[in-house]
Design a protein around this ligand. Structure first.
Ligand code: GLA
Length: 496
């Protein structure tokens, strides 16, 4: 598709007989919604067969999928590379000397017009393409022997972020005890980016006057700074991505003092939508990060596609998302945590399945549900990236997030991912091997209280003592167990 250049298009157009009223030719959009930022449409017809591309600032050139002519309208679909998006009909009809395009891409409806573009005008809208590197294995640095712990701006603040807030968050991580509990990365997610200068150097936007000074501030508090970008022209929130500037951006991030990069596929999905090209674009940033000489944890965010856990380490990655985005609801959290946590044997020191960031403390779940969230993430050896406003936490939230023994389950040096050993209706029992025993989670996924009884030996667990990590209660393993678990609740114990 990308080899289909404007030059070939124009040759075909000039050679092609136009059908009555149909939009053969090159068109320039008069306006467009920011997403997907339509700029140009080129339609050709050869021997009755219509083809063409539509260009957008998010996706570059996309081929018109299944184009067909009906009367004087052209109907097609657009595939933006995202398998979750259902393609719908897009219709182009003549309107005087212009054409009108109506339809929907993903969530965006549009009804916009385009005028016949001059050759110069059409050419000026050429979208640059860049070669991907040959396949290589990127030497992986040992920067995440245990799952990374920290905080990220996204779940609570989305793009409503600025330098002052991030400094206050850094201070609060220290004063609340969260830093000392292990949460050391302060990750600025999407929304910090400004524009590129004439040399292509990316600058932060006006909310972040001096990224280096911010990194210094964070570092001075014994914390590390994380930043966010992606391989496409646009990030998921529509900010500048690293497309065409991968090495340059890695260098900029390193110069600022960045210690962690979340690299989010977003609009890159349209460009890199095969296993090979996705590998190559993550490899490209992995190599660029290594080339800076700075230690930067590399977080791959491509929603678990293309079996990322099988090759995440090979592109230099330290963690990789296993799913789409979490939400602050029990339904979403539990469906990810119980059912979409990645291939267990892909997880281990320096490479972690990432079921997405925590929602604990954001208010959308009950205390029992947040306890389930925390217990599950610990059993999964998931990265523990806080997603709440740590400047303003209830004592219950602090207790959930700073329980040293629960954190130790997550951070166990063995790096094993816990697995379900028993499912029975609403009851699930999960076991995670630890370097000094076993962690066991007993969950009630149902809507009414549930009593779970049994013996440890029938779960394949031998041990003398059982410690409830949330209450601190100690029992003897020989006694077996009987727990009454509230709806959506959890018990987390360690058997030694
Ligand atoms: C995607 C990611 C999220 C977040 C947003 C930012 O949706 O999966 O975690 O980074 O982009 O726009």
């Amino acid at each position: 598709m990308r080899a289909w250049t404007l030059a070939t298009a124009l040759t075909v157009i000039l050679a092609a007989p136009a059908w009555a009223g149909a939009p053969v030719g090159g068109w320039v959009f008069d306006s467009s919604p920011d997403f997907p930022g339509f700029t140009r449409l080129v339609v050709a017809e050869k021997a009755g067969k219509v083809s063409g591309t539509i260009t957008s600032t998010w996706y570059g050139d996309l081929p018109l999928t299944d184009p067909r002519v009906e009367g004087d309208t052209l109907i097609f679909k657009l595939y933006n590379g995202n398998p979750r998006v259902t393609m719908t009909d897009i219709v182009i009809a003549p309107e005087g000397k212009s054409v009108r395009m109506t339809g929907k891409v993903w969530y965006q409806d549009f009804a916009i017009t385009a005028h016949k573009g001059s050759t110069t005008e059409l050419k000026s809208l050429d979208f640059p393409t860049y070669p991907l590197p040959d396949k290589r294995v990127v030497p992986q640095k040992s920067l995440a022997p245990v799952p990374p712990m920290g905080w990220s701006s996204w779940n609570k603040f989305a793009t409503d972020i600025d330098d002052t807030t991030i400094r206050q968050i850094a201070d609060a991580l220290v004063s609340s005890g969260l830093r000392d509990a292990g949460y050391i990365y302060v990750n600025i997610d999407d929304g910090w980016q400004g524009k590129r200068d004439a040399n292509g150097v990316l600058h932060p936007n006006e909310h972040f006057p001096d990224m280096k000074a911010l990194a210094d501030y964070v570092h001075a508090r014994g914390l590390k700074l994380g930043l966010y970008s992606g391989p496409g022209p646009k990030t998921c929130a529509g900010y500048e991505g690293s497309y065409g500037h991968v090495a340059q951006d890695a260098k900029t991030f390193a110069e600022w003092g960045v210690d962690y990069l979340k690299y989010d596929l977003c609009s890159g999905e349209a460009f890199y939508n095969t296993a090979e090209t996705v590998y190559a674009n993550y490899q490209e940033m992995g190599e660029a990060l290594n080339a800076t000489g700075r230690d930067i944890v590399y977080s791959l965010c491509q929603y678990g596609r293309f079996d990322v856990g099988a090759w995440g380490r090979d592109v230099g990655g330290h963690l990789w998302r296993t799913t789409g985005d979490i939400e602050d609801t029990y339904a979403k959290m539990s469906s990810i945590g119980f059912d979409k946590n990645g291939v267990p044997n892909h997880t281990g020191p320096n490479g972690w399945n990432d079921p997405d960031m925590l929602e604990v403390g954001n208010g959308g779940m009950t205390h029992d549900e947040y306890r389930t969230h925390m217990s599950l993430w610990a059993l999964l050896a998931a990265p523990l990236i806080l997603g709440n406003d740590v400047r303003d936490m209830t004592p219950e939230t602090v207790a959930l997030l700073t329980n040293r023994e629960v954190i130790a389950v997550d951070q166990d040096p063995l790096g094993a991912q816990g697995l379900p050993v028993k499912k029975d209706g609403a009851a699930e029992i999960w076991v995670k091997p630890l370097s000094d025993g076993k962690a066991v989670g007993l969950f009630n996924r149902g809507e009414t209280p549930l009593t779970i009884t049994g013996t440890w030996t029938e779960l394949g667990i031998s041990g003398a003592s059982v410690r409830d990590l949330w209450t601190g209660a100690e029992t003897s393993a020989g006694d077996g167990f009987r727990y009454v678990i509230p709806p959506h609740g959890a018990i987390l114990v360690k058997v030694k």
